[in-house]
Design a protein around this ligand. Structure first.
Ligand code: NAD
Ligand code: TYD
Length: 355
């Protein structure tokens, strides 16, 4: 068996990663360490099938808690850390940047320190990896031409991307200074099941269902390079197993779309599912609103390195995966109500004690 520590596994990508990895790697045991902020939902992983559930354990705790980390490393002798835990929403970082420094920078530093201690004490298993999941937002904004490569200089625009940039630098420095076997990934925008309903795609789906305005920042022509979350998870397993320590890998799906295009597609897909006539088209709900400060214009990934060196390409087409994402949200309205309700937060406080 291989034991992995997954941080932030009750969030969007972490949930999908744990479900996917346990299903396709029958020799993995995963400990999910998550503080359960507003974005974390342990119920996402409560109905795992038998044969999978036995290889999963949830621990409520904070990645900044150094003594908790030391005790978990001693208890489980992890073969690696897969580090998702973060404050992840750009808009929240604009209103309150401090949590981003605390979790994304200090939390990552504490995890690195726990690994360094392990290495110093000669307790790090052979083949250990520290996989740090980061974002393409560290590279800043592109004009109409060009792509982000692994050599693109960092140029973050928001407190979120600044904090992720800082964390990436610490991870790379721990490889160069201490020889910690790290891997850094910079991925484009993800979409899919379990995404917290304040990010663009789930927010628009829900607002269409509830007939609320569909807020589009600025002129709606900002471009993101969208990747289905399961493709991201698959790329991460490939990098963990075949990536070269000290290296960085960009991950992207080659699906650049303007925000307005995404919103139009979602209107049409949801209208189709709900049987709306042309006259009732949800496009009428579109509302252009004040732009996000520091709003990056375009992100686009050059994924040549992961394709050529690790032989990885995305498996899902954008249109198909977007459709199945719409269906997932329409079929899981209870999940959405629960993550938005105050009662649910109370229930978490009562049922999930901090370690
Ligand atoms: P998310 O906000 O949905 O989940 C983050 C999880 O981290 C939550 O479960 C939260 O409870 C947990 N967490 C927060 N602070 C913590 C702390 N101090 N200690 C322990 N747990 C804590 O985020 P996501 O969208 O799943 O993103 C996961 C990672 O992937 C992040 O590092 C993000 O930067 C990166 N990423 C995300 C995207 C995307 O499109 N969502 C794209 C590229 C990279
Ligand atoms: P978001 O999902 O917040 O991801 P990120 O900022 O990490 O790229 O936003 C995706 C794009 O959609 C981004 O260009 C901002 C835009 N956006 C809107 O136009 N309206 C919204 O209500 C939201 C949440 C985002």
């Amino acid at each position: 068996m291989k034991n992995y520590l997954v941080t932030g596994g009750a969030g969007f990508i972490g949930t999908n990663f744990i479900r996917h990895a346990l299903a396709i790697r029958s020799d993995w045991y995963i400990v999910n360490l998550d503080a359960l902020t507003y974005a974390g939902n342990p119920a996402n992983l409560e109905n795992l099938e038998s044969g999978i559930a036995e290889r999963y354990r949830f621990i409520r705790g904070d990645i900044r808690d150094a003594s908790l980390l030391d005790s978990l490393f001693l208890e489980y002798n992890f073969d690696g850390v897969i580090h998702f835990a973060a404050e992840s929403h750009v808009d929240r970082s604009i209103h309150g940047p401090e949590d981003f420094v605390e979790t994304n920078v200090i939390g990552t530093f504490r995890l690195l320190e726990a690994c360094r201690k392990l290495q110093q004490d000669k307790k790090m298993p052979d083949g250990f990896r520290f996989l740090h999941i980061s974002t393409d937002e560290v590279y800043g904004s592109l004009g109409p031409e060009g792509y982000f490569t692994e050599q693109t200089p960092y140029d973050p625009s928001s407190p979120y991307s600044a904090s992720k940039s800082s964390a990436d630098h610490f991870v790379k420095a721990y490889f160069r200074t201490y020889g910690l076997p790290t891997l850094v990934t910079n991925c484009s925008n993800n979409y899919g099941p379990y995404q917290f309903p304040e990010k663009l795609i789930p927010l628009i789906i829900l607002n269409i269902v509830e007939e609320k305005p569909l807020p589009i920042y600025g002129d709606g022509k900002n471009i993101r390079d969208w990747l289905y979350v399961i493709d991201h998870c698959d790329a991460l397993i490939t990098i963990l197993e075949k990536g070269v320590p000290g290296e960085t890998y960009n991950i992207g799906g080659g699906a650049e779309r303007e925000n307005i295009e995404i919103v139009h597609l979602l209107c049409d897909l949801v209208d189709d599912r709900l049987g709306h006539s042309d006259r009732e088209s949800s496009r009428r709900l579109i509302k252009f609103v004040t732009d996000r400060p520091g709003h990056d214009r375009r992100y686009a990934i050059d994924a040549t390195k992961i394709q050529t060196e690790l032989n990885w390409i995305p498996g899902y087409s954008f249109e198909e995966a977007l459709e199945s994402t719409v269906d997932w949200f329409l079929n899981n309205m209870k999940w959405i109500d629960s993550v938005r309700s105050g009662n649910y937060r109370k229930w978490i406080e009562q049922n999930y004690q901090h370690r």
